[in-house]
Every structure is written in structure tokens, then in C-alpha cells.
Design a protein around this ligand. Structure first.
Ligand SMILES: C[S@@+](CC[C@H](N)C(=O)[O-])C[C@H]1O[C@@H](n2cnc3c(N)ncnc32)[C@H](O)[C@@H]1O
Length: 295
């Protein structure tokens, strides 16, 4: 009898363990639906269209369900880097199968969106960063915490003779901190006019307005020949897009410090990587690169 009970218990344990293993695996997940309302419509895109940009590395096929009752759904394929302009005065539903699950996103007219990879490499639809549909959407606005900014500046050994650029400078904190603590010049490039206003106001507040400039410009079109240091917080695919500009413009010995993301294919140029324990329950990585050649 004891043997039988032991055998039954052992079988139950094996079945439970197998179940836990399969349930825990990242298999296909149930369908879900997200309403991508992120902030007010951009002042730059007040037209009656939602834009959808493909910043992944493969064409993406999705279904558009128009907001008008009775209008038939359409299926579209968006090439790499292409932009779909969905003319609509009301929110429309985009249904997309990432391979993991089918998700419906409610996208709103007057706002930009992007198909991009999440941290796990799964394609999702994200609200765009700046609302200028004719410019590459390099990253949403997520500011670098001040202690990480300080470490980036220290790692690049910024001195008074340096010219520090931040491509996608947000509220300008990186170039302002560099100018304030090291006496260097700085240039911040940003598309969002509201953020640029914040940049100029903080520069004045910090007393460095004579050292820093802020330009409303698509960072992929910026000339970088003057820069001796780049401080960056952009997504990996955006860093990859910028590589030709780095190769074209940066002088030998120029330093690049990237927050969190590596420049794809540049591991042999890494000088140092540090992981900083951060607030918000996650660590921050800072990676220092140096352009090859004599200084
Ligand atoms: C992750 S935030 C980084 C902000 C700042 N560098 C920092 O570390 O605090 C990225 C910024 O890039 C801007 N951005 C996105 N695409 C851009 C483009 N094509 N040209 C210039 N700025 C862009 C966004 O508006 C956003 O403010």
C-alpha cells in the first residue's frame, strides 16, 4: 500500500513539474488590446492622420480596422523604414501578430507611432517621440537620471576644451551638466519644440547659456565634425542608423558614451563599460567608445 501511495505521489509531482515548466515558457500568449493614448497630440502633427513607422529590420504586415462603422478592414505591409499615413479623423484599430500573440492597438489621429522592438526583441507598436512624421523617430523621451549623467561625463573625461554633443537631447540635461561641471561647450539636438524650450530655460537657470546651443533638427541630418564627445541615450537601431555619420564626421580620439545601449558592431571600440545601480529598480549601463586613430 505504501509503495502505491509513493508511486502516485511521484507521478503527481512529475505532472506538476512538467506543467510548471511549460506554463512558465514564453510561448504564444492570449490576444490583447491596447489603447495607445500617450499625451496630447503633437503640435507638429495636427493633420487628420495617424502615422506608423517601421523601425524594425523586417517588413511588417498588419490589419487596419477603420473607425467608421461598416468600413472594411484593410491589410498592409510596411517596408523597413517606411511610414504609413493612415488618413482618419477618429481612432483606428491596428491588429498585428508579433508571433508571440495578436495585439490590437488603438491609434489616434494627429499622433505618430512606430513598430519597434521591445527589450525582449518582440515587435510592438509604440507611441512616437516627437510627432514630426518626416524625421526618424530615434527614441521616446526618457531622461537620463542625474547620477548617470555625471558618470557619463566623468567616463568621457570631459574637459574645458571639449565640445559635447547630445543627439536627441531631451531637456538638455547632459550638455548642461557637462558645461556646468567642466566648463566645456555643448550642443543639444532635439526635435520636440517643448523640450527645446526646457533646454534653453535650464541653461539660463544654470548660468551656462553662453556655453551651450540647442538646435531643432533631425539628429540623423546633423553635422558632427565639431564634436569631441558624444553623450547618447538612443535605441540600438537608432545608434546603428547614426554609424555612417559617426564614421564620416568624428575625429580620431573622439569619445562616445552611450547610456544603456551598445552601438551595434562596435564592440572592438569599447574602452570601458560600467553598470550603475539605479533608482526605479533597474541598473543603468554606460559604455565608453573611442574613435580609432591618433588623437
Ligand atoms: C531617450 S531620450 C534622451 C534624452 C536625453 N539625451 C537624456 O539622456 O536625458 C531621446 C530623445 O531623442 C529625441 N529624438 C527622437 N528622434 C529624434 C530625431 N530624429 N532627432 C532629434 N531628436 C530626436 C526624443 O524627442 C527624445 O527627447
Amino acid at each position: 500500500m505504501k509503495r502505491i501511495i509513493q508511486a502516485v505521489l511521484a507521478a503527481a509531482f512529475i505532472i506538476l513539474a512538467a506543467l510548471a515548466f511549460f506554463v512558465g515558457r514564453p510561448g504564444r500568449q492570449p490576444e490583447n488590446r491596447l489603447d495607445l493614448t500617450a499625451g496630447p497630440p503633437s503640435p507638429a502633427s495636427f493633420r487628420e492622420e495617424a502615422t506608423l513607422r517601421n523601425v524594425t529590420k523586417k517588413p511588417i504586415t498588419y490589419k487596419i480596422v477603420p473607425g467608421r462603422p461598416g468600413a472594411p478592414p484593410r491589410t498592409r505591409t510596411l517596408g523597413v523604414g517606411a511610414v504609413d499615413r493612415i488618413a482618419t479623423a477618429v481612432p483606428v484599430e491596428i491588429t498585428f501578430d508579433s508571433g508571440r500573440r495578436t495585439t490590437s492597438y488603438l491609434v489616434h489621429p494627429g499622433r505618430p507611432y512606430s513598430f519597434r522592438y521591445d527589450e525582449a526583441g518582440v515587435v510592438r507598436v509604440y507611441p512616437g517621440a516627437h510627432g514630426l512624421e518626416d524625421a526618424a523617430d530615434l527614441a521616446p523621451y526618457v531622461p537620463t537620471p542625474p547620477e548617470v549623467a555625471d558618470r557619463m561625463i566623468a567616463l568621457a573625461e570631459v574637459g574645458p576644451k571639449d565640445v559635447v554633443y547630445d543627439l536627441g537631447c531631451g531637456d538638455g540635461r547632459l550638455v548642461i551638466a557637462a558645461a556646468r561641471t567642466r566648463g566645456c561647450r555643448g550642443v543639444g539636438i532635439e526635435l520636440d519644440p517643448a523640450l527645446l524650450e526646457q533646454c534653453r530655460a535650464s541653461a539660463e537657470r544654470e548660468g551656462v547659456e553662453h556655453l551651450v546651443r540647442f538646435l531643432q533638427l533631425d539628429a540623423t541630418k546633423a553635422g558632427l565634425t565639431e564634436a569631441t564627445v558624444l553623450l547618447l541615450y538612443l535605441l540600438p537601431e537608432s545608434l546603428e542608423t547614426l554609424i555612417p555619420a559617426f564614421e564620416r564626421d568624428l575625429r580620431p580620439g573622439a569619445r562616445i558614451v552611450s547610456h544603456d545601449y551598445k552601438i551595434p558592431g562596435w564592440d572592438d571600440r569599447i574602452v570601458r563599460t560600467e553598470v550603475l545601480p539605479g533608482g526605479g529598480g533597474r541598473d543603468h549601463r554606460v559604455i565608453l567608445y573611442r574613435m580609432p586613430g591618433k588623437r
